[in-house]
Design a protein around this ligand. Sequence first.
Ligand SMILES: [Cu+2]
Length: 274
Amino acid sequence: MLDWLPENVSIFGEGVDHLFTLIYYITVAIFILVNVIYVAFIIRYRRKRKGERAYHYHGNNLLEFSWTALPFVLFLFLAFYSDGIWEDIKYSDRTPNPDLVVEVMGQTYMWHFRYPGSDGIFGRRDAKFMGTTNPFGIDPDDPNGKDDYTTINSMTIPVNKTVLVHLSSMDVIHSFFLPNMRVKQDAVPGQWVDVWFNSMKTGKYEIACAELCGSGHYLMRAVLDVKSQSAFDGWIDEQYGSQLAALSAPAAASAPNADASQNDQSAPAVSPTH
Ligand SMILES: [Cu+2]
């Protein structure tokens, strides 16, 4: 295995790593082979005498056939070899039943995360409500959306649970990259794509954008906090509790979390009035 890869904590990461390692070593072998032949030919067929004319060579059908057929066979093998892993990860009918569904929205240069709230139901969303204060376009008139809870650049999930992400983007194409989960999926404006993972270990991991999306692309990072189920339950009760408290407070009063630090939990799901 390649020990410079980020630590794998994903339940399907081993299959991805095997494939990566296999392709890596095939590539290294071909690189060495090509360069040894290249240098050998430079030496073998160099100009040995002054005034020596180059030999004009018309090609060789057998050689041309071989260097077309061999890569074809190699790619065919890799396609069939990787197909099982691809299907397990990407096919919707193979996706395990999710224990948690989170919506993720990319925006230059940050990540928004949305939880369904204590009712477990995401409120309706519509592109016409989308804006910087309402990145998901949550419909302010839908009661199911009132308790929806959003965070910025911080995603919290329970360990050993299937997490299904509905992914999209507000502006340009981003890529939702979780190196330790072996997940990388483009976030495309106007489209919702599902991607799932399951972490085998608690801890804090990196979420990055893997699509060059602008001058601040390198800033587009978030933290994935994988908690034990009990710690996650405590966390989510706390978030939903403060969300509900904010809702029951008179509309004129400011929300209790209004002065929270801007990189976490500062975006109440309540939409601005229109
Ligand atoms: Cu980006």
